[in-house]
Design a protein around this ligand. Sequence first.
Ligand code: MG
Ligand code: ZN
Length: 367
Amino acid sequence: MKNGIKLFVLLIAGATVVSCSPSRMGASQTDNEVRNVILMIGDGMGLPHVNAAMTVAGVPLNIQRAEVTGLQTSHSADNYVTDSAAAGTALSTGKKTNNGMIGVDPHENRLKTILEIAEENCLATGLVATASITHATPAAFIAHQASRSSYEDIARDFLRTDIDVFIGGGYDHFAKRADGLNLIDSLTAKGYEVITSAEALKNSVFPMKLAALLYPDQPPYRLQGRGDMLYEATRKAIDILNRNRKGFFLMIEGSQIDWAAHANDAEITIDETLDFDRAVGAAIDFAKADGNTLVVITADHETGGVTILGGDIKSKQVQLNFSTTSHSAVMIPVYAYGPGAENFTGIYDNTDVPKKILKAFSFDGKK
Ligand code: MG
Ligand code: ZN
């Protein structure tokens, strides 16, 4: 009888797996097939931020390993200067929305994200950020809320998906909620290993599903205690997702380039850009060895209205001049590496980025 129940449970589990039917065109894998996409977003990372990081590094950045560069425009549905919510939604859904809105159009209609489309196509999915995982950029890939500040509702949206890995801050939005719900228990019940410290993240060995909520709210700057969290999280997420033979979609955000630029802090702006670039290195190293991985590196908008009015290559000095404590509307760079990278050359809109990613994946008939 006990065996009978076990068999029944196994059959149900089997049925769940079968219900995920891949719709990708073509059965055999070719040299140019894109199996995995790693989308990397340096929040607020305009051309001057990258330019300054290149000078301070004194050696070529990992971003410079990209094979293709392009430019994208970033205005939102209601503002020439976007915020991270509207830009994140454009990058995740291919649709414009108003500033402040997450995964919905200006009328609050739900928009399907590339992470959700990847899930429908049986891919493994993940989100990594150096912000709270409920913050605008990662939220735009998984949540559907009229306001980016509805952090507790955004946390709940994570449980409505089958995301395999998410790593960032924001523990309190899951655990210490106004509605009294304990979403940590819900995550555990759904099969997630829940990790709450960077040390535990380093030591965790291949959990099937990982929810790493490493800080109560926002992680600190790298220079103020975050250390190599982004690099470690990037490698861990790739390791876990790469076990899915059908492939994966992973979004990685260097969240705090934006915050340092809002603060007009040149040193931290450059340091956070260099930190993001180390994660880019981990992604490109993986893509190079794998051969079927497309890496797309871009920003959601420029922050700080930064210009470079002076510097010195030899002494690795650069003078950043900020023209605002907010965002600017200037076009932002896109860098691509791997199969499908050629589609990212030219000048286009931020809404084209997810369309190019879906085209690279060759999903059939799904939108
Ligand atoms: Mg962000
Ligand atoms: Zn910002």
